[in-house]
Every structure is written in C-alpha cells, then in structure tokens.
Write a protein that binds this ligand. Structure first.
Ligand code: MN
Length: 146
C-alpha cells in the first residue's frame, strides 16, 4: 500500500472502502459488493477491483455465501478510520456547527489529517468538554455563540 508517513491510514479510496465495509459488517454481519457499490455510489466493477486489491493487501477476505469480511489487520485499520471520523465530528460539534457542514468537512479533513494533528484535536475536544467556560469564550470569538 502506498502510504504517506503523514497520513493516518492508506489511500483516500481505501479508507472510504474500509470505513464502508466496517459499517456494513456492523449492520449486517458481512459486506456485499452490491451494498458497498450502492453506499459509495461507485460501479460494481470498481468495487470488485478494490475488494481484490484489499484482499491482496490482506485487509479483507472473501467468504463464499457470506461476502467480504475484514481480516484482523483490516478491522484494526477500519476502526482507526471510523475513530478518526468520530473524533473530528466530536470536535466540530462543540461549536454548534450544523450537522451537514460537519459531515462534509469531516469527509474532507479525515483524508488529510496526520496522526499528530488528530491527537491534538482529540486532546482539544476533551479539554473543551471539561471546560465549558473556555468553550464559551472561543465560541464567542468565532460567532457560533453556543
Ligand atoms: Mn468518514
């Protein structure tokens, strides 16, 4: 997998697939190419290609009659991807930004944020959750007034 040292996981496309596969597995117990294709708005042929690539990387395996499941390594990475999405969402929610904007921003930010920066954002979120006065002061400055 080509991986920049600054990124927290694999390629943008791989991240989106692993995130989606984990969501489907949590929902149904397995991920089928047709559902991945529907959820990501990508052709089934492209999905099949990517699933083969993820299989070759040892991140998913195909089980007859069940569909695609994550390997231990695939699950570890997918969980980190979902956690990263949740951390960024949790941080932006503190400021009362509307959900649609948050989702859109997080989908962009999560593909670029490095691990050290994510750690800073997580620490900031935790600190602000424990210090409503500080949160109020910051919110006033950016006009979110929450
Ligand atoms: Mn995401």
């Amino acid at each position: 997998m080509t991986q920049s040292p600054r990124r927290t996981s694999g390629s943008v496309a791989m991240d989106d697939y692993l995130e989606q596969i984990l969501h489907l597995i949590e929902e149904k117990g397995y991920a089928r190419a047709v559902d991945v294709s529907k959820n990501l708005g990508i052709s089934q042929a492209s999905v099949t290609n990517m699933l083969q690539r993820l299989d070759a990387e040892g991140l998913v395996k195909h089980e007859k009659y069940r569909g695609t499941v994550l390997t231990e390594e695939g699950l570890r990475i997918a969980k980190a991807i979902v956690e990263r999405h949740e951390t960024l969402t949790r941080f932006l929610r503190l400021f009362g930004i509307d959900e649609e904007t948050i989702y859109h921003d997080v989908e962009g930010m999560e593909h670029h944020v490095s691990r050290p920066t994510l750690n800073v954002i997580r620490a900031l979120a935790e600190t602000l959750e424990q210090d409503p006065d500080l949160l109020k002061r910051i919110s006033k400055k950016c006009g979110s007034g929450k």
